[in-house]
Ligand binder design. Structure first.
Ligand code: NDP
Ligand code: MG
Length: 388
C-alpha cells in the first residue's frame, strides 16, 4: 500500500492525480489518500473527502475553512486551516509521498516541509525549484527525500535516462507546443485577450500555467527545473518548439544517440509514473495512434516575440536571487492580466522592470526568498497601477 498526500487536490493536476489513484486501485497497486488540500473550493474538497476518506483535509481560505467545518460529512475527518495545517500533516508518519500540485509560490513551503520530514515528493509545483532550487537540493542532500518530476517534459527525461549514467548526457531537449500564439505576428501580441491566452491548443490546465504557456515563461521555468533535477548546465538544455506535443522531451548522449519519450498529451501518464516510479502499472489512458499522426514538426523558439523566455535565459545566466524575482513578478503580472488590468505584452515588460530594479543576492536563505518574492509582487502591482 502506498500512502500519499495530495496538496492542491482540487486543481487540474490534483484532480488528475485522484484519477490516477482510481486507476492504480483498479490495477493491483493500492494507494491510500491520507491527506488532501485546497485553497477555497470547499465543495469539491467535501466530495473528495467522501470518496477518498482521508485522515485530514487542509483548506487555506479561512471562510472556506468555516464552511467546510460546519458541513455535515459522512466521512469524519479532521479539517485543518492554512499553512499551519500543512505543517501539521507534514509531520505525520502515516504517509510516504506528497504530490505537490499547488500553484505558484504557495507550493514552496510545503516542498520544504516535506523534505524536512523525509517525505518523497512528486513535484508538479515547478515554481518551488525556480525560486529555491539551490536551497532544496542542499536540503535533499541531507535528507531521505527524493524529488520525482510530474511535469511531462521532466518525466520524459527521467524515463529516457533510466539505466544511463547522468555524466553521459550531453544535451536535454525540452519540447514546447509553442502555445496559442506560435503563428501570431509579433505586432499582434499586444491585442491578445484573456480568452485567447487561455485557449491552449493541446493541454487543459489551470489558468496560471496556461498563461505561462502562452508567454513561454513556462518553458523558461522548465529549463531551471531541468537544471536542478538532472544537475545539468542550462547551456546544455535546448528548447524546441514541437506543436503536436507528442514527443514530451528528448535526451542526447555522448555517443550521439538520442532517446525520446512519446505519448498523447495527458498528464495522468507522468503523474502515475511519479507515483509508481521506478515501476510501470497498467492503465487505459489514451494511446497514440501513429497511423493517424500526419507529421511531427520542430522549430526554434522566437525569443524576440516571446520575451518571457528570453528573460528566463537571462536569469539563468545571472543566477542568485534573480529567479525569485522572475517568478514573483510573473505571478503578479499574470494575475493582473487575468483580471483585465494589463495587456498581454505588459507581462514581460513588468518582469523586466522588476529585474532591472533588483540587487542580486547570492545563496538566498528561505527568509530572503520570501522577502524578495513579496517585494517583486508589490513592485509589479505598484508599477502597473502607476502606468494605468
Ligand atoms: P490549478 O490552478 O488548477 O490548481 C491549483 C491548486 O492549488 C488548487 O487545488 C487550488 O485550490 C490550490 N491553491 C491555489 N492557490 C493556493 C494558495 N495560495 N494556497 C494553497 N492552495 C492553493 O493549477 P494546476 O493544477 O494547473 O497546476 C499546479 C502546478 O502544477 C503548477 O505549479 C503548474 O505549473 C504545474 N503543472 C501543471 C500542469 C497541468 O497540466 N495543469 C502541467 C505541468 C505542471 P482551489 O481549487 O481551492 O483554488
Ligand atoms: Mg511541462
Amino acid at each position: 500500500m502506498k500512502n500519499i498526500a495530495v496538496l492542491g487536490s482540487t486543481g487540474s493536476i490534483g484532480k488528475n492525480t485522484l484519477e490516477v489513484v482510481r486507476n492504480l486501485n483498479r490495477n493491483s497497486f493500492p494507494v491510500s489518500v491520507k491527506y488532501i488540500s485546497a485553497n477555497s473550493n470547499s465543495e469539491l474538497l467535501a466530495a473528495q473527502i467522501e470518496e477518498f476518506k482521508p485522515e485530514a483535509a487542509v483548506i487555506f481560505d479561512p471562510e472556506s475553512f468555516n464552511r467546510l467545518k460546519n458541513r455535515s460529512l459522512n466521512h469524519k475527518c479532521e479539517i485543518l486551516c492554512g499553512q499551519a495545517g500543512i505543517n501539521e500533516i507534514a509531520r505525520r508518519d502515516d504517509f510516504e509521498l506528497v504530490v505537490n500540485a499547488l500553484v505558484g509560490f504557495s507550493g514552496l513551503i510545503p516542498t520544504i516541509e516535506a523534505i524536512k520530514n523525509g517525505k518523497d515528493i512528486a513535484l508538479a509545483n515547478k515554481e518551488s525549484l525556480v525560486v529555491a532550487g539551490e536551497l532544496i537540493y542542499s536540503m535533499l542532500a541531507a535528507s531521505n527525500s527524493h524529488l520525482l518530476p510530474v511535469d511531462s517534459e521532466h518525466s520524459a527525461i527521467l524515463q529516457c535516462v533510466q539505466g544511463e549514467p547522468l555524466k553521459k548526457i550531453t544535451k536535454l531537449i525540452l519540447t514546447a507546443s509553442g502555445g496559442p500564439f506560435r503563428e501570431l505576428p509579433a505586432g499582434d501580441m499586444i491585442n491578445v485577450t484573456v480568452a485567447d491566452a487561455l485557449n491552449h491548443p493541446n493541454w487543459k490546465m489551470g489558468n496560471k500555467i496556461t498563461i505561462d504557456s502562452a508567454t513561454l515563461m513556462n518553458k523558461g521555468f522548465e529549463i531551471i527545473e531541468a537544471k536542478w533535477l538532472f544537475s545539468i548546465e542550462a547551456e546544455n538544455i535546448e528548447v524546441l518548439i514541437h506543436p503536436q506535443s507528442i514527443i514530451h522531451s528528448m535526451v542526447e548522449f555522448s555517443d550521439g544517440s538520442v532517446k525520446a519519450q512519446l505519448g498523447v498529451p495527458d498528464m495522468k501518464v507522468p503523474i502515475q509514473y511519479a507515483i509508481t516510479y521506478p515501476g510501470r502499472i497498467e492503465s487505459d489512458f489514451p494511446r497514440i495512434d501513429f497511423k493517424s499522426l500526419k507529421k511531427l514538426t520542430f522549430e526554434e523558439p522566437d525569443l524576440e516575440k516571446f520575451e518571457c523566455l528570453k528573460l528566463a535565459y537571462d536569469v539563468i545566466n545571472s543566477g542568485g536571487s534573480y529567479p525569485i524575482v522572475l517568478n514573483g513578478a510573473n505571478e503578479a503580472a499574470v494575475d493582473l492580466f487575468l483580471n483585465g488590468k494589463i495587456k498581454f505584452t505588459d507581462i514581460p515588460a513588468l518582469i523586466k522592470s522588476a529585474m532591472d530594479k533588483h540587487q542580486n543576492h547570492t545563496k538566498p536563505t528561505l527568509e530572503s526568498i520570501v522577502e524578495i518574492d513579496s517585494w517583486s509582487r508589490k513592485y509589479v502591482k505598484e508599477t502597473a497601477l502607476q502606468e494605468v
